[in-house]
Design a protein around this ligand. Structure first.
Ligand SMILES: *Cc1c(COP(=O)(O)O)cnc(C)c1O
Length: 667
């Protein structure tokens, strides 16, 4: 027997409150103190985890709308980012103080996780205070990071650490060498032996003592989706034998003191802390051995991988993690300390490249629901009787269906389900054999779905679902069409089935009476979300509210919907930059929101999303050519009388305005 949802039980036990909504969507579990539901039934964001300093997300969206900025919009909370960085700093400081660790700690931000200038600038601006740094994994990233560190850390060897991973060519390393001469605290991490030769070559040519890092291929394997990042078959790093060769090579060039850092990266979103412990342990042993051979080592870089608890379950599976930031810090410090202490080696500065953990929490996508598609849960029996009366011989299965629907009581649910299913199957075969009309088939389907709805409702009220009904909620669920592109805004949902918490950002004081899946506005059938976070089981439908018609919208015969906004949370890591232009839906608008000094919030920055013109140009269209082609065509149509001049003018105006507009639907 499946247990029923909290929505149902709250319904049974009294008045629905915003607290029920918070429990239903697990806000307290995955929100980690940054998200809650306020008494108005709106999502509230607490960027510093202080319940007295809340930002009403619905109020932000309404405020943006008044300023002409429409959903979909990505809201970045600067104060969450700051708080998160300080939390990581604090966790390591506490662990080091508690365990008497003398080596220090720095977190470096791998900008590949989110290269948006505003995000990187904010990290860079905090780097000096927190003793953090930046990491680059490619040539464009290196150039960005060099620019960013110019304004933030200032020159000088004590400036923020800059770590360079990834493949490096001659020009890359020459640039790094010159940046060292400029005064940057920059450390190229050697991924393959030839890079070491280049580092030595340029250092000698320019007369500098570089800081050099080595990435080691550990035998400890990663786990989960990114397990290929580590282990002997990994794409990156030097075998231990190659590390030893590197030591000899550097010694021969009188540069062994330049070997400053040892690096590994076991994978992203490490959900099991054991994997990390094993890797850190092995890396620390290699560190101590190389140190004893005379290497000038002073930094141990444990790479990225600190995970995020996307579903709030705190468990060892891919959408979650079985540890906290505090445990992560305590375990790392403990491992490094015990290995170094027993080897008699001074504690190194620990470096982690925890990109996801730094930025995931700070971005939320808010999108509007454009409409729904659903099975009716009510039945107009009178209308059905009228339709049946028109038939000379009403089909038996349809009469059976109606009969089953009417004779349902609280005690015969399974029996009714079996009868209705059988009658529906009979109706479908009659139709296929040509013995039943299309309108009658329509009636049969209508009764069947209404029967299923009532069954589910009655079973739900009894407290538990019979096993045979377990598929019903999914089968009967609605489709909510949402104004966004999955491929642009949450690509990992499509690519690797990553779960993100999603819930309405308002109306949370009302019980959500519908269940739905979400569909985006691309024409791709993959552009949908049909798995949702839940602490216990993965939900295949999301509890949602009935979308209401917009007041007065029926005037021209087309019913619009009242704004209904959904928020997708924890989108700060990887999603923005992995997003693509599927269906030419471009970047969404992005806004930066900060707490102000008076207990409210303010808009720091508005970054307008792509226009249609911009995405077309990106795929090599010449926009003036397109406009010209349309104009000529419209002129010809007007000449030939297919369009009036006024119609031609309107069409041209829509075309021109459309090119300048947002790639999403603008309400
Ligand atoms: C991707 C990557 C990271 C960041 O990993 P997270 O899981 O985001 O912490 C760190 N270091 C290297 C070398 C990487 O490739």
């Amino acid at each position: 027997m499946a247990t029923i949802s909290p929505a149902r039980s709250a319904f049974l036990h009294g008045q629905w409150t915003p607290a029920d909504a918070a429990a239903l969507y697990g806000v307290g579990d995955w929100g980690k103190g940054y998200v809650s539901v306020n008494p108005a039934g709106h999502v509230a964001v607490m960027p510093t985890k202080d319940p007295n300093r809340q930002i009403d997300l619905h109020e932000v969206i309404e405020g943006l709308r008044e300023r002409g900025i429409h959903t979909p919009v990505l809201v970045r909370f600067n104060d969450i980012l700051t708080h998160r960085l300080k939390e990581i700093r604090g966790a390591f400081d506490a662990a080091m103080a508690e365990q008497g660790y003398a080596g220090g700690y720095s977190c470096v931000y791998p900008i590949k996780v989110n290269q948006q200038r505003h995000v990187c600038e904010q990290v860079a601006s905090l780097a000096v205070e927190l003793n953090f740094g930046l990491e680059a994994g490619s040539k464009p990233e290196l150039l960005a990071v060099l620019g960013l560190s110019a304004t933030a850390g200032g020159p000088g060897v004590n400036g923020m650490p800059i770590i360079c991973n990834g493949f490096k060519d001659d020009e890359f390393i020459e640039t790094v060498t010159l940046a060292t001469k400029l005064g940057r605290n920059i450390i190229p991490v050697v991924e393959k032996f030839s890079e070491l030769e280049l580092v030595v070559k340029h250092a000698r040519a320019y007369g500098i003592r570089p800081k050099i890092g080595l990435r080691v291929k550990l035998s400890a394997r990663g786990a989960g989706r990114w397990e290929g990042s580590a282990g002997v078959r990994s794409k990156f790093g030097l075998f231990v034998s190659e590390c030893l060769r590197a030591v000899d090579y550097l010694k021969a060039h009188d540069m062994l003191d330049c070997l400053n850092l040892l690096h590994c990266h076991v994978g992203s979103q490490l959900y099991d802390i054991k994997v990390l412990k094993n890797a850190v342990n092995e890396l620390a042993h290699v560190y101590c051995e190389l140190k004893k051979m005379g290497a000038g080592l002073s930094m141990l870089d444990i790479g990225g991988g600190m995970g995020v608890d996307y579903d709030g379950s705190q468990s060892a599976w891919s959408s979650s993690i079985n540890y906290t930031v505090q445990e992560y810090a305590a375990d790392v410090v403990y491992r490094v300390k015990s290995v170094c202490d027993s080897a008699g080696v001074p504690h190194p500065r620990i470096i982690s490249e925890s990109g996801r953990a730094m930025v995931a929490y700070s971005s939320v996508l808010v999108m509007d629901v454009l409409g729904t598609s659903k099975f009716e849960n009510t039945l107009d029996t009178e209308a059905i009787e009228k339709a049946l009366a028109k038939e000379t011989q009403p089909p038996k299965p349809v009469l059976d269906l109606l009969d089953a629907y009417r004779s349902m009581t609280d005690r015969n649910l399974l029996e009714i389900y079996h009868d209705a299913t059988q009658a529906r199957d009979e109706a479908m075969s009659l139709f296929s054999l040509g013995y039943m009309s299309l309108p009658m088939r329509g009636v049969a389907e209508q009764i069947f779905w209404a029967t299923c709805w009532r069954l589910l409702e009655k079973a739900g009220k009894k407290g538990e679902l019979p096993e045979e009904f377990e598929g019903l909620p999914e089968l009967l669920s609605d489709i909510y069409f949402c104004n966004f592109s999955l491929f642009q805004s949450m690509p990992d949902s499509w690519a690797i089935d990553q779960l993100f918490p999603i819930l309405p950002i308002h109306r949370l004081g009302e019980e959500p009476t519908r269940r739905g899946i979400l569909a985006d506005i691309t024409c791709d059938s993959d552009g949908k979300i049909d798995h949702f976070v839940d602490k216990r089981v993965e939900k295949k439908t999301l509890e949602l509210h009935e979308v209401r018609p917009a007041p007065g919208s029926e005037a021209d015969g087309v019913v619009g919907v009242e704004p209904y906004y959904l928020g997708v949370f924890l989108l700060g890591a990887y999603q923005e930059i992995l997003g693509d232009l599927h269906n030419l839906l471009g970047d969404t608008h992005a806004v930066h929101i900060s707490l102000d000094d008076h207990g409210g919030w303010e808009i720091d920055e508005v970054i307008e999303g792509d226009t249609v013109e911009e995405v077309l140009a990106y795929v090599q269209y010449d926009v003036p050519d397109l406009k010209k082609a349309m104009r000529l065509d419209i002129e010809a149509a007007c000449r030939q009388g297919r369009l009036t001049l006024a119609e031609g003018k309107s069409l041209l105006k829509y075309y021109d305005d459309g090119l300048e507009g947002y790639t999403y639907l603008e309400g």
